[in-house]
Design a protein around this ligand. Structure first.
Ligand code: FES
Length: 105
């Protein structure tokens, strides 16, 4: 069960565990100051926007064009860091990943 290091919208650090096969959306929406994930993972709301630490961002599967389009439409888009949590599958390869919840739009 991979470990995820998260800084929430309030600047608080959390260490979470998530089952393989889920997406990062599931554990992050359980946090009080985590993500909203309003569309439930349909890649259409961007309320699950997170900044992945660059050293981890490089290890993730490539961003799909529809995800990138949505991310680029946000005010806080950061190339090389921004991902939608609902589009990132949890796996052992992500054990120890470091990320920060993006500011509310
Ligand atoms: S939950 Fe809506 S885009 Fe990820």
């Amino acid at each position: 069960m991979p470990t995820i290091h998260v800084t929430d919208r309030g600047g608080n650090a959390h260490t979470l565990k998530a089952d393989n096969g889920l997406t990062l959306m599931e554990p992050l929406r359980e946090l009080d100051q985590g993500i909203e994930a309003l569309c439930g993972g349909m890649c259409s709301c961007a309320t699950c926007h997170v900044f992945i630490a660059p050293e981890w961002f490089r290890k993730l599967p490539a961003v799909h064009s529809d995800e990138l389009e949505l991310l680029e439409s946000t005010e806080n888009f950061r190339a090389g860091e921004s991902r939608l949590a609902c589009q990132v599958k949890v796996s052992d390869a992500l054990d120890g990943i470091v990320l920060t919840v993006a500011p509310e739009e």
